[in-house]
Design a protein around this ligand. Sequence first.
Ligand code: XIL
Length: 373
Amino acid sequence: MTAGPDGYTGRRVLGGAALAAILSRAAAAQPGTGLGAIARQHGFSYGCAVLGNLLQSNPTYAQAVAIEAGLLVPEYEAKFAALQPQEGRFDFAPLDVILNWAQARSIPVRGHALIWHEALPAWVPPALAEGPARARGIMQAHFDTVLARTRPRIRDWDVVNEAVANPPGSDNPSPSGPLRPTPWLAALGPDYIGMAFRLARERDPTLRLVLNDYGVEEDTPAAEIKRGWLLALCRHLQDQNVPLDAVGIQAHLQMRNAFSAPKFTAFVRNLRAMGLAVLITELDVREPDRVANGYPARDAAVAAWVGNFLGAAIEGGVRTVLTWGLIDRYSWLVTTPGVARRDGLFHRGLPLDWNAQRKPMWRAMARVMGGQV
Ligand code: XIL
């Protein structure tokens, strides 16, 4: 057993030297077939979100990603603020780090995210507020440059991220539904979503266009409402002949909420019955407020949760699964205040543990994507 951030080993607390020794062994000891290859052998695709600076600076991280991932998505580098920090000044250098790393290993990369209410550079919200014509111009200029530049390498983009509102009873309920109030909605009205998909299709007719969202996975009253809102939005877009190819379901799961496999499978089937592909785009797991004692019990519970969820997703027709990160140590569940635990413990919601070792979640994913239930 390897140590966790709190030094827990099941036996004793490790010192720095012992930890370093384990880390270097961890880097060397990733034998056998990775999750990406296991998935591919069974008709699935598995990948993860990556950070370019870690791919460059951290060999353990880069090696683990190279072994496990058959698909990558930039965790930050393709967001609006990263790509166009000032109006008309585009910066593709951070994204290129990921694209080049992936190309050298023949790993495809998906894009995330063209239109979102977060990761907007400071200049965008006031500029959007100048009026609809200006807002449309901003969207268009961003798509023109970004889609032309990424066209040879990225064939699959989250065009709009998190457009659906959070119903009452959610963690962060929106003041009104069913669309989330965002600077884009305020500037352009509800048609901003269709506009974004149309612009993307015009610029790149064979690009896969994805509507990505969260809060639709679990068996809670809020998720039930949000599933209805997301389905209604997809139906509305199709009625308007908006080119929508797929729905991405983020799947930031929370074990304090209930989960119903039959309900989730039915939801995925409903989307697929509309002719839409369904991807799991950002899978990770937050444990409940009170956790079991020790990693074995915690990891087993997380693995069972993920196995149940992924089984339901695959049953509904999902074939592409990405986790939001790969190694617990670098997970936003650990590094982002407000998402991280407040009790001094660290979430263990990704396939590899703090020291890049495969853990029960990895095995659950390998089992489910490997065709065993
Ligand atoms: C998160 C990143 O992981 C964090 O590092 C960043 O601070 C905030 O954004 N849904 C999404 C992702 O679509 O882009 C978010 O990524 C996580 C929630």
